[in-house]
Design a protein around this ligand. Structure first.
Ligand code: PEP
Ligand code: MG
Length: 876
């Protein structure tokens, strides 16, 4: 087995930035700080390999690990001149988790380990602070009882609350040493009662228990959920960091704080942080005391503040990234406890990347690779309309930007339920805890009554890109009554509110929003991305409004215009139903005649907006039953139009019923059965082009796309139909029209027979929604019910309908690409399934040598950035 334990200033791992796999993020960063000679309390990291071994061996810590840990404790003892369990000068340690990527609050930590009935007396003596010593001891017992022995924390909290009630005090700080003595005994009794064993006095027994619990916490429910949401592999495991404790709560020359080297909300280059004098780290993030702005430290502890600033810039220069730092001041000595790349909003990510290029800290390529394309989503969505009327009912801290409206809900479970019902929820909590993670994910926005800018809610919401208002002390939440009060307002569960995470305002009802601003740094990043990428980015769009948005977002054409979506319009649907239900060709032609002008006008509008760019129009695809009338009124309307009886219509509907519509009469099969439908659509496309020419509008070259092709004959027959229609229109108007004909590759047979099909196609567009469905034989409509089980059982890493299955579906794409280009070198290749907007799938498309990706309008900028990243990664 490889090396198991690494001292922070080890010589073995040279490049600590890349040693996260072994040391975990926290361990690697502590090691790097130690090597930079920053003041890091001494300690060591038990590697992630140990976690792997632990789970493979009945959750046992090996003797080798025990032996090496004991040796490392001796080294800490030597450096600190303290001894673990000593009666005079005891060493206290912390035991913390730390995986490769940060999973804030998802795993366990134990502080003050090494305290027992005897060492606490020694601590009291050394610090001449009985209150501090006993408070530390009770915190340790409480943490140990909860994390190692599994006793829920509220039992301990209740003991404290009851005690304070009897004594008639409100704050914990009002409790004296004697009070804590009493509570320590109560805590120990509680442990005896609940865990059926005594709180361990042996410090090594404490240590093994803590390491065991931290390793176990890798598989806690909340950690597993977090991993699933963030696609973190289960096999990574956690490292365990053991480190000498330093105390920020030994008096007024002590403090503890958290800081970001730049503002994580706006990206501005300024120190941004919070601190508390005479407090432990957990006090800052728990939201129990409201922390001070770190800038105030310049007055209260100027020397420390200067030192901190120096370390901040040293760390930023080394990591070339904004850092999120934890520190403690013990008797006027600064200790650096943690550094890591800080979570930031999308806006901040962009500003920081652009600023760091200006500061020559990173290159343009590094800046492009630095920004997670998915987070752009939060920037592309609307923010509150400044002009809209707003009834502000309260305000809090602007913890994570963006606006969200939804129904007030007070529990994570309720938020999840609302999401299942496709309803928007605002999760309102006094403060959030890691157990709320699923609900936070399900909610549109998060509102808390307690907690600062670095509270759990704020950090997690920023990471998720969700709007969050935290620490709104004006609101008084009553979970029992399912309501909150703010002044005279009483807001009940289910009522709609709007929160603005940019200003911290909470408003009644749904407030209208406006389009996002994508100029400035955002557009700079987009220009850089465009200069780098090779893949073109088109959009899937079928309405003029969406087409406009997409073009503004930089779409370089339309990759998929689903014409059936143009049929759903309320006014047109009767004619469409008439077309489907008509029994004779004559009746059908009559209905198509009514639809033609609508189609032509839609195409005209879209061609105008996409002027000069390619537009792929897909001929009708969906199963006909999607258009059938369902209500009696709808049936009566069509019956009247068609001069048929209601019962005739009903029996026609029964005739058209399909057991398996997704594999039924859809796509080009409709064109084969009812060529007049496709003919009408082609006529509309060509007539729209003629109209453009007539009005001197620079038009587009349409790419007419035949869906769901699996055989050469299908495309041959239908291409013929398109060409014939084009000839007719050209003759009619004595005009020459340029157009292309191609096909979707969305069935495995089409991929395999790509060489023959390419004879009749100018382009292929991979319909990866259907290709995934048909490759796996998994219905895209029904898979939601069981896909989670597949992800849980690790059969799928990710939902294959979201991120491309490279080994199966991807292989078919590669086959079709190769075979298609063998027949026709200039064959244009793109993708238009949902995967076209997924960064991982875009990387696949770049590697598979496609020409373009096509995605929904709001994902266009995401795809532009992802395409640039894909190219850079390929080159590296
Ligand atoms: C596809 O199948 O990937 C596709 C784009 O077509 P649709 O989703 O309309 O079936
Ligand atoms: Mg399809």
């Amino acid at each position: 087995m490889s090396k198991l334990i690494y001292r922070f200033n080890n010589k073995e791992l040279k490049n600590n930035i890349n040693s996260k796999d072994i040391l975990g993020g926290k361990g690697a960063n502590l090691a790097l700080m130690a090597k930079l000679k920053l003041p890091v309390p001494p300690g060591f990291t038990i590697s992630t390999k140990v976690c792997e071994y632990f789970y493979k061996n009945n959750k046992k810590i090996s003797n080798k690990v025990i032996q090496q840990t004991k040796e490392e404790i001796k080294i800490i003892e030597k450096i600190t001149k303290k001894k673990f369990g000593d009666l005079y000068n005891p060493l206290l340690i912390s035991v913390r988790s730390g995986s490769r990527v940060s999973m804030p609050g998802m795993m366990d930590t134990i502080l003050n380990l090494g305290l027992n009935d005897k060492t606490v007396i020694a601590l009291r003596k050394i610090t001449s602070n009985g209150r501090f010593a006993k408070d530390s001891y009770r915190r340790f017992i409480q943490m140990y009882g909860n994390v190692v022995l599994g006793i829920e924390s509220h039992f301990f909290e209740e003991l404290i609350e009851n005690y304070k009630l009897t004594k008639g005090v409100i704050q914990d700080t009002e409790l004296e040493e004697d009070d804590w003595d009493g509570l320590i005994q109560n805590f120990k009794d509680l442990i005896k009662e609940k865990a059926k064993k005594n709180f361990p006095q042996d410090v090594y027994e404490q240590l093994w228990g803590a390491i065991h619990a931290v390793l176990l916490s890798w598989n806690s429910k909340r950690a597993k959920t977090y991993r699933k949401i963030n696609y973190i592999p289960d096999h990574w495991g956690t490292a365990v960091n053991v480190q000498a404790m330093v105390f920020g709560n030994m008096g007024n020359d002590c403090a503890t704080g958290v800081a970001f080297t730049r503002n994580p909300s706006t990206g501005k280059k300024e120190i941004f942080g919070e601190y508390l004098i005479n407090a432990q780290g957990e006090d800052v993030v728990a939201g129990t005391r409201t922390p001070e702005n770190l800038l105030k430290m310049n007055k209260s502890m100027p020397k420390i503040f200067k030192e901190l600033n120096f370390f901040f810039s040293k760390l930023e220069k080394k990591y070339k990234d904004m850092q999120d730092i934890e520190f403690t001041v013990e008797n006027n000595k600064l200790w650096m406890l943690q550094t890591r790349s800080g979570k930031r909003t999308a806006k901040a990510a962009i500003k920081i990347a652009v600023d760091m290029v200006k500061e020559k800290l990173i290159s343009i390529k590094e800046a492009i690779l630095r920004i997670d394309p998915n987070i752009l989503d939060t920037l592309l969505h609307p923010t509150l309309d400044e002009k809209a009327e707003k009834e502000v009912i309260a305000s809090g801290l602007p913890a994570s930007p963006g606006a969200a409206s939804g129904k007030v809900t007070f529990s994570a479970e309720e938020a999840e339920k609302l999401k299942e019902q496709l309803q928007d929820a605002i999760l309102v909590r006094i403060e959030t805890s890691p157990e709320d993670i699923n609900g936070m994910h399900a909610a549109k926005g998060i509102l808390t009554a307690r907690g600062g800018m670095t509270s759990h809610a704020a950090v997690v919401a920023r990471g998720m890109g969700k709007p969050c208002v935290s620490g709104s002390s004006e609101i008084k939440i009553d979970y029992e009554k399912k309501e909150f009060k703010s002044g005279e307002y009483i807001i009940k569960e289910g009522q709609i509110i709007t929160i603005d995470g940019g200003s911290g305002k909470i408003m009644l009802g749904k407030v209208p929003t406006v389009k996002p601003d994508i100029s400035g740094d955002f557009s700079k990043v987009m220009v850089w991305a465009d200069q780098i990428r090779k893949l073109k980015v088109r959009t899937n769009s079928e309405t003029p409004a969406d087409t406009k948005i997409a073009r503004d977002f930089g779409a370089e054409g339309i990759g998929l215009c689903r014409t059936e979506h143009m049929f759903f319009n309320e006014k047109r649907i009767v004619s469409v139903r008439q077309m489907i239900l008509s029994k004779t060709l004559e009746d059908r032609r009559l209905a198509l005649k009514k639809i033609l002008p609508y189609q032509k006008n839609d195409f005209f509008e879209i061609f105008k907006i996409m002027s000069g760019l390619p537009v792929t129009v897909r001929l009708l695809d969906p199963p006909l039953h999607e258009f059938l009338p369902k209500t009696d009124k709808d049936i009566a309307d069509v019956a009247k139009e068609l001069n048929m009886s209601n019962s005739d219509i009903k029996s026609r509907i029964v005739e058209l019923h399909e057991q398996n519509p997704m594999l039924g009469h859809r796509g080009c099969r409709l064109g084969i059965s009812f060529p007049e439908i496709y003919k009408m659509q082609c006529t509309a496309i060509f007539e729209a082009l003629v109209e453009c020419k007539r009005k001197n509008i620079k038009s587009v070259i349409p790419e007419i796309m035949i869906p769901l092709v699996s055989t050469t004959s299908e495309i041959q027959i239908l291409k013929n139909l398109v060409d014939k229609t084009a000839t007719e229109i050209q003759k009619k108007h004595s005009l020459k029209i340029k157009y292309y004909v191609g096909t979707m590759i969305e069935l495995p047979r089409a991929a395999i027979r790509a060489k023959d099909i390419a004879k009749y196609a100018d382009f292929f567009s991979f319909g990866t929604n259907d290709l995934t469905q048909t490759t796996f034989g998994i219905s895209r409509d029904d898979s939601g019910k069981f896909l989670n089980d597949y992800v849980d059982n690790k059969i799928f890493n990710k939902d294959p309908f979201i991120s491309i299955d490279e080994r199966g579906v991807g292989e078919l794409i590669r086959i079709a690409t190769e075979r298609g280009r063998l027949e026709k070198k200039a064959l244009k290749l793109g993708i238009c399934g949902e995967h076209g907007g997924d960064p991982a799938s875009i990387e696949f498309c770049e590697n598979a040598k496609l020409n373009y990706v096509s995605c929904s309008p709001y994902r266009v900028p995401i795809a532009r950035l992802a395409a640039a990243q894909a190219y850079l990664k390929k080159k590296n």
